[in-house]
Write a protein that binds this ligand. Structure first.
Ligand code: UDP
Ligand code: MG
Length: 320
C-alpha cells in the first residue's frame, strides 16, 4: 500500500461492475456530501471490475472533470473483494470508506460513519436495518449467514454484507482479501484487535442495473467462513488443531487395533473378514497424516512470518 504523501484525510472506494446507469448519480451524491458536510481533503476511487457496459467511459469523463476522482480499470472481472483490495492499495487517506456503486448505499451516511471513527473506533460498519432487497433470495439467506458468522467468529455484527463501512487506514493495511473475504474484514481485523462498532444506515432498492450475485453466494460465503475461522484461531499454531485431530483419530485407531490384537492373540479370532480392522488402519493412517499436516503447517507459518518479517502481534500503544 502506498504510504501517505500529503494530508489527504478521506478515501472513498467504490467497486463497480456494469453500473453505467448508476455512476453519475452516485458521484453527484458523494460530491454533494463531501463538499457540504465534510471539510476535509478527499479522493473518490472507482474500481471498474471489468465492466463491459460503458462504465469505464463514464468514469473517465468524471475523472477528466474532477481531480478528486481516481479510476482503476481491471482487465477482467475479478470480483468485489479484488476490486476493494485494489482500491485500498492505491488509496492514500487516513480513513477509508467503502460503498457499493449501485446507489443501494447512501453517501449521506458517510459523515456519521466518520464521526464514530473519531470517537476512537477502528472500523464503523453499516447495518442495513431496513434492507431493500428480495426476501427469499437475499434477506433470509443473509440473516442466516450473519447469524452463523457472528456466532462462529465472535465478532458480533448484524450485517456483514453491507459494503458501506469506514476504516482507519492501519486496520486494513495488513489485511489481504482472497475469495469473498471482503465481508470478513471486520472479523479479520479483530485478529489485530480492531475496535469495531455497527451503526444503522439507509438502504435503497436497486433501481438500475442488475444484482451481481445469486443465492450461490451464501454457500461461498460460508466456505470462506472456514478459512476465516481457521485464520482467526489457528493461523499461528496450526499444529494445535491438526495435532488434536491427529491424536483423536490416531488414538481411536490404536484402541481398536489393540482390541483386535487381543482378540487374535488370546481368543484366536480371525481378523481377515472384520471391517473394524480396516477402520483401525484407516484411523491410524489418517491420524499420522493430520499430525504431518500440522507439522507442515508449522513450517509454512514460519516461512510466512519470518520471510517477510511479519509479526504475530499487533501493538496499539507503546510508551517508551
Ligand atoms: N461488484 C463488483 N464486482 C463483481 C460484483 C459486484 O465490483 O464481480 C460491485 C457492484 O458493481 C456493486 C457492488 O459490488 O457496486 C455490490 O454488488 P451488488 O449490488 O450486485 O450486490 P449486493 O447489493 O447484493 O450485495
Ligand atoms: Mg447492491
Amino acid at each position: 500500500m502506498t504510504e501517505r504523501t500529503n494530508d489527504l484525510r478521506l478515501s472513498i472506494v467504490v467497486p463497480v461492475y456494469n453500473e453505467a446507469e448508476n455512476i453519475a448519480a452516485l458521484y453527484g451524491k458523494i460530491d454533494t456530501v463531501v463538499k457540504a458536510s465534510l471539510k476535509l481533503s478527499y479522493e473518490i476511487i472507482f474500481v471498474d471490475d471489468g465492466s463491459d457496459d460503458g462504465t469505464f467511459e463514464i468514469l473517465k469523463t468524471l475523472h477528466d472533470k474532477d481531480n478528486h476522482v481516481k479510476v482503476i480499470r481491471f482487465r477482467r472481472n475479478y470480483g468485489q473483494s479484488a476490486a476493494l483490495a485494489a482500491g485500498f492499495d492505491i488509496s492514500r487517506g487516513d480513513v477509508i470508506v467503502t460503498m457499493d456503486g449501485d446507489l443501494q448505499n447512501d453517501p449521506g451516511d458517510i459523515p456519521v460513519l466518520l464521526q464514530r471513527l473519531e470517537e476512537g473506533f477502528d472500523i464503523v460498519s453499516g447495518w442495513r436495518k431496513c434492507r431493500k432487497d428480495t426476501l427469499i433470495t437475499r434477506k433470509i439467506p443473509s440473516h442466516i449467514a450473519n447469524f452463523i458468522i457472528s456466532t462462529v467468529t465472535g465478532v458480533k455484527l448484524h450485517d456483514y454484507g453491507c459494503t458501506l463501512k469506514a476504516y482507519r487506514r492501519n486496520t486494513v493495511k495488513n489485511i489481504h482479501l482472497y475469495g469473498e473475504l471482503h465481508r470478513f474484514i471486520p472479523a479479520l481485523a479483530s485478529l489485530n484487535g480492531a475496535r469495531i462498532v455497527e451503526i444503522p444506515v439507509a438502504h435503497h432498492p436497486r433501481r438500475h442495473g442488475v444484482a451481481k450475485y445469486g443465492i450461490s453466494r451464501t454457500l461461498r460465503v460460508l466456505l470462506d467462513l472456514f478459512t476465516v475461522e481457521f485464520l482467526l484461531r489457528f493461523s499461528t499454531r496450526p499444529m494445535q488443531i491438526f495435532g488434536l485431530f491427529g491424536l483423536i483419530t490416531g488414538f481411536t485407531g490404536f484402541c481398536i487395533a489393540s482390541y483386535l490384537t487381543y482378540l487374535k492373540l488370546f481368543r484366536g479370532a480371525e481378523l481377515a473378514g472384520r471391517p473394524l480392522m480396516l477402520l483401525a488402519i484407516l484411523l491410524i493412517v489418517v491420524g499420522v497424516q493430520f499430525i504431518a499436516m500440522g507439522l507442515i503447517g508449522e513450517l509454512i507459518i514460519r516461512i510466512y512470518y519470518e520471510s517477510h518479517d511479519r509479526k504475530i502481534y499487533c501493538i496499539r500503544d507503546f510508551l517508551d
